[in-house]
Ligand binder design. Structure first.
Ligand code: NG1
Ligand code: ZN
Length: 534
């Protein structure tokens, strides 16, 4: 009778008004906010079932990340902090698209497939971004949880990575950190301060504490402020785009800066100042600066990944602990970065399809797995075994040389600066800052480690983007017939040319990527390849 009552509540308070099909993709459901009410109510129902299935707390985040303000979205976070497995994406899609009178049947199927004991209690925690539509949608979610008699905790405004952190903390009884927002700031800031003390360098000549942050007018702004208040003045941050309504991600934010390769609006920047942009839910970060010639220089996810991998690799080598470190990228990684990682850092690199879950999964193959998308989403994973060996080494301090001791100490401290549950703009920012400070690098010192190949991303509108299918981590087209051969022919005409196309998982477009020896050629290559897609 509970299921029938939940369906009746849905019909009465959160009916499916339009017969529009929606799909749970790589980032959950994402579309115009006014089509999401019934979807989010139903995700409340599904979250309760997921919690019963896992016998653990499930997370739900209401956000559409870097999408325009009028969009919104919802994403379930599984009990270990990761995305839900594919079968749950299917359940979510079925449930969202069911008629109001079909819900009971769909729920019953999911329950019978996934839940042994339906009487077990359920707990769901959730958060939302700053979109005005997130407020009523959070209420719809709560209605869904309550309808199936789940327990809930509303954390209010959160960044996406904060929610992932809270899910993991809750399900590990605090072993990962305190399951509160304050606990999150404490964990990151204590580690950052400790590391700063340990690495107290001779006064920095090139690194400056000064940092400009474009918060995309999103949730990153208030959360950054909270974090800064825990840092004891170690960073001198000026926040831009810090929350005007109606301007979320509008000509600002990590996605805009990365794709447009230019400064966000409303940011006055002097040459040489280190700048960073978050996206709307603060799970991505890119850096950049204007050089003495007035030229814009982007330090994207690839540059962050190589910075982090180089630093960790050095610590591991110095520590004397035998740990394998690897880096995971997608096809969007700049060709120069892959070359630099392989030839200079000599770190093994893997390429996987777009989407955090593929990167996260692959990174688990290493003792220390660094993963980043070029767009600035990424983090570092330490295997349980690696954590144990680092802790063991820190414990047997006496048998180590003083340099080994120091490296082990840095290594065991830096782990807590990192939000291992998912890419996190705040945590990644702290990590980048500590490394730049340790190296005493200005942004141009960082940038010159390797020179990016000029590149271009385009979107092409097509009738049905899903006629394009790909293989080899999206680097080769399988269908339609002949498209890959056409791309190959075009690419041969360009020095250092590389190009690929794939259907987006979050927008109704086909994405084209191209890189070549000059910007003019990269633009031309992208356009030529784009013309073959229709
Ligand atoms: P799609 O729309 O599938 O390209 C985009 C990003 C992904 C990932 C997801 C989820 C690019 C090229 N693609 O996916 O990397 O971040 O959004 O937000 O940046
Ligand atoms: Zn995001």
């Amino acid at each position: 009778a509970l299921l029938e009552r939940a369906a009746a509540t849905g019909l009465e308070k959160h009916p499916r008004k339009l017969n529009i099909q929606i799909k749970y993709g790589t980032a959950g459901f994402r579309t115009i906010a006014n089509q999401l009410d019934h979807v989010i109510y139903r995700m409340g129902l599904l979250a309760v079932i997921a919690s019963k299935s896992r016998k653990a707390t499930i997370g739900v985040m209401i956000t559409a990340s870097h999408n325009p303000e009028e969009d919104n979205g919802v994403k379930l976070v599984d009990c270990h902090g990761e995305m839900m497995p594919a079968i749950w994406e299917k359940y979510a899609t079925q449930l969202a698209n069911a008629g109001d009178d079909e819900i009971v049947g769909v729920l019953r199927n999911i329950l019978s497939a996934e839940v042994k004991n339906p009487d077990v209690s359920a707990k769901v925690i959730y958060g939302k971004d700053t979109r005005p539509s997130s407020v009523p949608l959070a209420q719809s979610l709560q209605d869904g949880i309550v309808a199936l008699e789940g327990e809930y905790h509303d954390f209010g405004l959160l960044s996406t990575p904060q929610l992932h952190y809270l899910v993991v903390c809750t399900n590990t009884n605090g072993a990962y950190g305190q399951p509160t927002e304050e606990g999150y700031y404490n964990k990151l800031s204590h580690a950052f301060q400790a590391l700063s003390k340990q690495q107290e360098p001779t006064p920095c000549k090139n690194y400056s504490r000064r940092l400009y942050v474009d918060a995309a007018n999103g949730v990153g702004a208030p959360k950054l402020r909270s974090l800064l208040s825990h840092l004891g003045g170690l960073l001198d941050v000026q926040v831009f785009n810090d929350g005007s309504e109606g301007r979320l991600n509008y000509q600002c934010g990590a996605d805009y800066v990365k794709v447009q390769q230019k400064l966000p609006v409303d940011m006055k920047v002097e040459a040489g100042i280190r700048c960073a942009s978050f996206d709307g839910d603060a799970d991505r970060i890119v850096y950049y600066y204007i050089d003495q010639d007035g030229k814009f220089n982007l330090l994207d996810g690839d540059k962050i990944a190589t910075l982090v991998a180089g630093y960790l690799q050095e610590l591991v080598a110095r520590s004397g602990i035998n740990l394998n470190l690897g880096l995971v990228q997608t096809a969007y990684a700049n060709g120069s970065s892959t070359e630099y990682i392989t030839d200079t850092l000599k770190v093994p690199v893997a390429c996987v399809p777009t989407g955090v879950k593929h990167l996260h999964h692959k990174a688990q193959d290493f003792d220390i797995g660094v993963y980043f998308e070029a767009n600035g989403h990424g983090t570092v994973l330490f295997s349980d075994d690696a954590l144990k060996r680092i802790a063991d080494s820190a414990g047997k301090n006496s048998s180590l040389t003083s340099d080994e001791k120091q490296a082990v100490k840095h290594l065991s401290t830096v782990i807590d600066v990192i939000n291992q549950t998912v890419g996190d703009a705040l945590s990644d920012m702290l990590l980048v800052e500590i490394i730049l400070r340790t190296r005493d690098w200005s942004p141009s010192d960082w940038n010159k480690q390797y020179i990016d190949l000029p590149n271009r991303q385009l979107k092409v509108k097509v009738k049905d983007r899903n006629v394009i299918s790909t293989t080899d981590a999206e680097r080769k087209v399988v269908t339609p017939d002949g498209l890959q051969a056409a791309i190959d022919t075009i690419v041969t005409g360009y020095t250092k040319g590389r190009s690929f196309v794939r259907p987006s998982g979050t927008e109704d477009v086909v994405r084209v990527y191209a890189e070549a020896d000059t910007q003019v050629n990269a633009d031309k290559l992208a356009k030529e390849v784009g013309n073959k897609v229709y």
